[in-house]
Design a protein around this ligand. Sequence first.
Ligand SMILES: [Zn+2]
Length: 202
Amino acid sequence: MEHLIEGYRVYRKKRWPELRALHQRLAKVGQAPRTLVIACADSRVDPATIFNAGPGELFVVRNVANLAPPFEEAPGFHGVSAAIEFGVLQLKVETILVLGHAQCGGVAAALEDRVRDPHSFVDAWISLLDTAKARIMGCAGDHSTALEYESIRVTLENLATFPFVAEAMRTRDLKLVGARYGVADGGLELLDAATGAFNPVL
Ligand SMILES: [Zn+2]
């Protein structure tokens, strides 16, 4: 914990003076981020850093392998779905960005050839990748990379199954966007909805 306290002291001394006015305004008027980002919990993939975004700009949901489940009405603690609902209905974000990444451990786990543990939260969660996995099996090339791309496409499809997402897309032009970040090279690729291809951002 010491390194976090030390980090906080540096933040408080060096960054806070320049952020104070912004924070005071945000505290007063509330947040109004234009983008909801669904990113991986992976410590190497920080949306605020990648998009050079400051406080108040991004409403971020992070989870293992940057997934969103399909809409379901079964009772339970639907944390990701709750965040999506809040982002779309309360914050009225303009865009939902699904941000995948290279070397994703969750995606790699989904590709492991082993029996899933029925008591594992991770194993249950990554079963959300089964649809994408079925689509890329038999494809040439690296399966991890292919599944990282395909899981972003499937997550975007899942998002559109939420009635309030579909309605916002229809009535106020909510955009669903996919992107993949290269951990090693810092490159960002954007999904072209028309062609289904990921193209590098130059
Ligand atoms: Zn990941």
